[in-house]
Design a protein around this ligand. Structure first.
Ligand SMILES: [Zn+2]
Length: 304
């Protein structure tokens, strides 16, 4: 089974930390849907598609998009093709997030004056032609993307160390940008997912320690899983039970099992051929039973 973990809103959260924008950080702490709030505020329309437009608008702004680029971008032209309109939205965004705006100004100044921008992890980005307005998107983009990559690096190491301890059967098979992909037996799904969530909860503390900063922006992730990368579904952290020890949940039928042994008992057929979950009737017939907590045990009669 493939289990993938992606950081949530990494670029925005990185920009909020680097700019220390009070409104943006407060929105995260309060659980406000930033993109939906912006959709309403900027009158970008109704519904999910309009929220996505607000989201892409903000990501492009972090990276220095101009009014001209919005007015000519097919993602935005259905709303307006007028530069003046988009400049209005850009101004409103900087009004809402004043420290973000101030940070953007400061980055360009720093690049012009010193020829480089230094991020909290110590990496330096050199700009030879910083005064050229064409360089602005790069000057805004590199520090944000760069520190975002450093954040994920810490998450990746932390997850690797914790997951390696669970079992050698869990393989680390890929990592691109903010995604981390494992291939593992289905019985480890919940423990791997929960480990990723705890890594992201602990990440601000670890970043603070590692880079000697006060990382005051909450971080979060999303875990998806499935038989392959194309058929992944979201692992719902609200719905999933907390599985301790050897307890597990079958990703195919969703039943809960008290042990790996009980889980193996409900799988029927040969590997690679006709391996499947038993029906509830078959499980009961085989002597399996549910305990009071709702977990299947391999035998209701321990003498069986
Ligand atoms: Zn099953």
């Amino acid at each position: 089974m493939i289990v993938s973990c992606d950081a949530s809103g990494l670029e925005w959260r990185t920009a909020l930390f680097l700019s220390q924008d009070k409104v943006g950080i407060q929105e995260l702490h309060d659980g406000v849907d930033t993109h939906d709030d912006n959709r309403r505020r900027y009158k970008l329309g109704e519904g999910k598609a309009a929220r996505t437009t607000a989201k892409i608008f903000l990501f492009k702004l972090i990276y220095g998009a101009s009014a001209y680029s919005y007015a000519n971008d097919p993602d935005f032209t259905h709303i307006s093709t007028k530069e003046k309109f988009w400049q209005g939205i850009i101004d409103k965004t900087y009004e809402k997030y004043p420290q973000l705006g101030a940070w953007h100004v400061k980055l360009v100044q720093e690049a012009i004056e010193t020829g480089k921008v230094v991020i909290p992890s110590g990496r330096e980005f050199v700009f030879h032609d910083a005064a050229n307005p064409r360089e602005r998107p790069k000057i805004l983009n590199y520090p944000c993307q760069g520190f975002g990559a450093d954040i994920v690096m810490v998450a990746r190491i932390s997850a690797y160390r914790r997951i390696k301890k669970i079992s050698d059967e869990i393989k680390f098979v890929n990592t691109v940008h903010d995604s981390k992909v494992n291939d593992c037996p289905a019985k480890y799904l919940d423990i791997v997912a929960q480990t990723y969530y705890s890594c992201y909860t602990d990440l601000p503390t670890n970043l603070s320690r590692m880079f000697n900063i006060d990382f005051n922006v909450p971080l979060d992730c999303e875990v998806t899983y499935g038989p392959n990368l194309g058929d992944e579904v979201t692992w719902d952290k609200e719905l999933r039970p907390v599985l301790k020890g050897d307890k597990n949940q079958c990703p195919s039928c969703g039943e809960l099992f008290n042990s790996t042994y009980a889980f193996d008992t409900h799988r029927h057929g040969s590997f690679g051929k006709d391996r499947r979950c038993m029906t509830l009737e078959e499980m009961t017939e085989k002597g399996m039973a549910k305990n009071d907590a709702g977990f299947w045990i391999s035998s209701k009669n321990p003498l069986y």
